[in-house]
Design a protein around this ligand. Structure first.
Ligand SMILES: Nc1ncnc2c1ncn2[C@@H]1O[C@H](COP(=O)(O)OP(=O)(O)OP(=O)(O)O)[C@@H](O)[C@H]1O
Length: 313
């Protein structure tokens, strides 16, 4: 089967910054594929190459079987791209924005209304309002409607949920699942690790590299060390003490608790609790827990080998 997206060894530098370092991955048709990474990981650079707006220094990418350099014209008519910081015309109203994007692609809103109906229904009461006056969640829905108005086969969504409230984020992911069920392939990036579990597969990106690609469950399975949720009223001190414990592999704050990974496969919670009490943290509790996808991402970040300096042979 043809891959909807296939990237092979994409690299791109900006001066001395290597924004992408040999990035390879592929996305199947009608897959909901997530790209997870912090600010500066290289997500936007990757999206701009795939959206045919930037040429890679080396490597190649095909979308819908078309090369991003040689086939850019056809690609642009067949994909929908939603850049970060949604590219809406702030002074145009909701319906004017939609009509504008439809006209650019030689179509009309009516012709493709079926596809955007669910999303647009929520915007309808505001159709005369200027885009600049909409809330973050509404802007996001309008930007998605604009990216869909020409009925693309593939959607590239760069951080669509950044800066959007929690309810809108949830609704947005439900919309993506509905679009996927209509056969649309979706590549979506996010800096929110918790959104990874909503994708069919995810690629975890850091400093221009993909560190892992798998299903959310497959990613979680990469985590093999014992993990403990540790609590104490003095969280600051707790973190400091845990870091000084001889068998600590990693320590990080996680919601109301601190997640602690032990280097030893047979570590017991009782031992750690007793040690913390001996260090003066009388109310410390330690509980063995199953890792979530965020724990695995944290572990992957720590395991990354130190990069060789230029000139190393
Ligand atoms: N046009 C540019 N000129 C110089 N440096 C750039 C340019 N575009 C990106 N970079 C650098 O390349 C690296 C990757 O940036 P990129 O925007 O792709 O990351 P990102 O994961 O999308 O993060 P963000 O969420 O901040 O956009 C960063 O170090 C960034 O400063």
């Amino acid at each position: 089967m043809m891959q909807a997206v296939a990237a092979e060894n994409l690299t791109r530098k900006f001066g001395v910054v290597e924004a992408l370092k040999a990035v390879s991955f592929s996305v199947s048709e009608a897959e909901l594929f997530g790209l997870i990474g912090a600010d500066g990981a290289g997500k936007t650079t990757l999206f701009r190459i795939l959206a045919t707006l930037l040429v890679p220094d080396s490597g190649k990418a095909t979308l819908l079987g078309l090369d991003t350099v040689a086939g850019y014209r056809e690609i642009r008519t067949r994909i929908g791209y939603m850049p970060g910081r949604f590219s809406l015309y702030q002074d145009l109203s909701v319906e004017e924005n939609l009509n504008f994007f439809a006209t650019v692609f030689g179509t009309t809103v009516e012709e493709n209304y079926e596809l955007i109906r669910d999303i647009y229904a929520q915007l309808e009461p505001f159709r005369k309002r200027r885009a600049g006056q909409l809330s973050g969640g509404m802007k996001q829905k309008l930007a998605l409607s604009c990216a869909l108005v020409h009925r693309p086969e593939l959607l590239l969504l760069d951080e669509p949920t950044t800066g959007v409230d929690a309810v809108s984020r949830q609704e947005f992911w439900q919309m993506l699942r509905r679009l996927k069920s209509q056969g649309i392939t979706i590549l979506v990036s996010t800096p929110y690790m918790d959104e990874a579990s909503l994708c069919d597969r995810v690629a975890f990106m850091q400093e221009g590299r993909i560190l892992a690609i798998d299903t959310p469950q497959g990613i979680t399975n990469l985590f093999t060390k014992p993990l403990f949720a540790v609590r104490a009223s003095d969280k600051h001190r707790l973190i400091a003490e845990l870091r000084s414990f001889g068998h600590a592999a990693s320590v990080y704050a996680f919601g109301s608790s601190v997640h602690f990974t032990d280097r030893r496969s047979d570590a017991a919670p009782e031992e750690l609790a007793a040690w913390l009490r001996s260090r003066g943290l009388g109310d410390a509790t330690v509980e063995r827990i199953e890792p979530g996808i965020e724990d695995t991402f944290m572990a992957l970040m720590e395991e990354r080998p130190v990069e060789k300096e230029c000139g190393d042979v």
